[in-house]
Design a binder for this molecule. Structure first.
Ligand code: PEP
Ligand code: MG
Length: 546
């Protein structure tokens, strides 16, 4: 028995034989045709690869995975990338070789961006998309590893399609020599519930094929050739985890109250109508956040009518439960950054409401659509990155402008649509009390950003995680000020952010007077379990050790 340690990338415990994944090497027997023929072959294979990626996007289980395949398909349409391919073919390369060279060059370029971990990780997507095209050009069927029994995949580095192509649920775990928990492959592993560990070092790969292993994604260990006792212990823990799932089912039926009777509400963060009903099934009482900027990733802003239909469809999927839509939070994240002008530091730039105020036509279409959809059901609208009252005032003039436009056109809308703000900068928390007198109807604490801006620690850079402190005294003081401002004005305050997935952070917020939480659907029941079994004693204990 030998134990290897790495970095946790996807939680869970599994016992299965390892299956080493070998990447196919370039085909030696490629015959290079005339450039115009190579160009034609390239065009056809790019089209087929994009079609495959579209299928993967359509069938992916969650929005995060869909976005990854959408991102890869965009790469294959990128003008600069296509120009590079053409140049290689002009220089006499065959289509497959051109794709390999260009893919490697672009991936290396991203990897070289030392201070941009996110872009470095995206290099894997370029390689994955290019490998798909090369496989088509080389006439290799897009291989699903033929697996007839459950395995733990082992390889140097995992690419997103390695997991998606290994159909039939036979991939029970994944371990890699390199990689990062933020990689797209890790995101997909988490969304598929496949436990995973990265950065295990090269030694375990030697002669691992077929050996039994225990992968513990919660602590980041791979136990190769476990003893009978270690295997028994793993099986016992797997069964206990199973029972926990049954307990969670029972939790679903319980009322949302702590042991000493404090009520709370759990909402879900959703991307659109497709995942809203799943979130309600998982126990959500409504939708606390629709990240509307994902609408823009489909290549530009949908028009007012299309957006009205989208927001109305969200309300319909929620079946009468409340839905809060966040106006476009464009700018900081990679997916929407191409829409904004290049900035030296986008996190501190023209993101969120600042971007919308700088693009009045885009914003007006969204506001008109929200006002119209608000006529159909319990909709409210939250404004991201408001950090001063001037931006609130400017936003409210845009709302008035949108209302006047709808009046002129004789279109019915929700005259009294509720607008609130996300408290995600220290400035907004410190000045929170100034907003309700100006018409702000609710607050949403955005912990992801509030922690990043308070502690000056980029949320995407894992090196900075020691500084990214969600339960710090500074954050608790900002939460306390926000809660006080909400209660003085008698308006609701809810909390949002990945940190809430840790029950101790939800408990901390509850102790501080927040009773509404919005989470990803898969964490609703675990957080509910922690909250229903807490009382004021538990709450005090949790926060005293922070
Ligand atoms: C937040 O900042 O906590 C939040 C929910 O917004 P996002 O993660 O989309 O920036
Ligand atoms: Mg935010």
């Amino acid at each position: 028995m030998k134990v290897f340690s790495g970095v946790c990338a996807s939680p869970g415990l599994v016992i299965a034989p390892l299956r080493r994944l070998y990447r196919a090497s370039p085909t030696l027997s490629r015959i290079i045709e005339e450039p115009h023929q190579e160009r034609a072959r390239l065009e056809a294979s790019l089209a087929l690869a994009r079609e495959e990626l579209q299928n993967l996007e359509d069938t992916a289980g969650d929005q995060g995975s869909k976005d990854i395949f959408f991102f890869q398909s965009c790469l294959l349409e990128d003008e600069g990338f296509l120009d590079d391919l053409q140049a290689c073919i002009e220089d006499g390369a065959g289509a497959a070789c051109a794709v390999e060279q260009t893919g490697r060059k672009n991936a290396d370029r991203l990897r070289a961006l030392q201070d941009n971990e996110y872009m470095q990780l995206r290099a894997a997507d370029i390689l994955d998309a290019c490998r798909r095209v090369v496989d088509i050009l080389d006439g290799r069927p897009h291989r699903k590893p033929s697996l007839d029994h459950p395995v733990i995949l082992a390889c140097e580095m995992l690419l997103p399609s390695d997991l998606v192509n290994g159909a039939n649920g036979m991939i029970r775990g994944a371990v890699t020599v390199q990689g990062s928990p933020q990689s797209h492959a890790a995101i997909i592993a988490r969304s598929m519930g496949i436990p995973g560990i990265v950065r295990l070092g090269p030694d375990f790969l030697e002669d691992c094929d077929g050996h039994i292993a225990i992968l513990d994604g919660d602590v980041g260990t791979l136990t190769l050739d476990p003893t009978p006792e270690a295997r028994q212990d793993a099986v016992r823990r797997i069964c206990a985890a199973q029972a926990k799932t049954d307990t969670l089912d029972a939790v679903r039926a319980l009322p949302c109250r702590t042991r000493d009777g404090q009520p709370f509400t759990l909402w879900a963060n959703c991307f659109g109508p497709e995942d809203i009903s799943a979130a309600l099934d998982a126990g959500a009482a409504g939708v606390g956040l629709v990240r509307s900027e994902y609408l823009l990733m489909q290549g530009g802003a949908p028009d007012e009518q299309a957006q009205t239909d989208f927001y109305a469809a969200c309300l319909k999927a929620a079946g009468g439960a409340p839905v809060t839509v966040r106006t476009f939070d464009v700018g900081a994240d990679m997916t929407t950054r191409p829409l904004a002008d290049p900035e030296p530091n986008p996190e501190l730039g023209l993101r969120g409401i600042r971007f919308c105020l700088a693009h009045p036509d885009l914003f007006e279409a969204q506001l008109c659509a929200l006002l119209r959809a608000g006529h159909e059901g319990p909709l409210s609208v939250v404004l991201p990155m408001i950090s001063c009252t001037e931006d609130w005032a400017r936003t409210m003039s845009c709302v008035e402008h949108a209302k006047n436009s709808l009046r002129r056109r004789g279109i019915p809308f929700a005259e009294d649509l509720a607008f609130g703000i996300t408290l995600e900068t220290p400035a907004a928390c410190l000045e929170a009390s100034l907003f309700p007198p100006l018409g702000c109807r609710f607050f949403v604490l955005g912990l992801n950003d509030l922690v990043q801006y308070t502690h000056a620690a980029d949320r995407n850079v894992s090196l900075l995680s020691p500084y990214y402190q969600t339960g710090s005294p500074a954050i608790r003081r900002l939460i306390a000020m926000s809660v006080e401002a909400a209660s003085a004005a008698n308006i609701p305050i809810s909390a949002n952010g990945l940190a809430l997935e840790k029950p101790e952070i939800s408990l901390m917020c509850l102790l501080q007077g927040i009773h509404q939480f919005s989470l990803t659907a898969q964490h609703i029941l675990t957080v509910k379990q922690a909250l229903v079994s807490a009382d004021s004693g538990t709450l005090a204990r949790v926060t005293s050790v922070m």
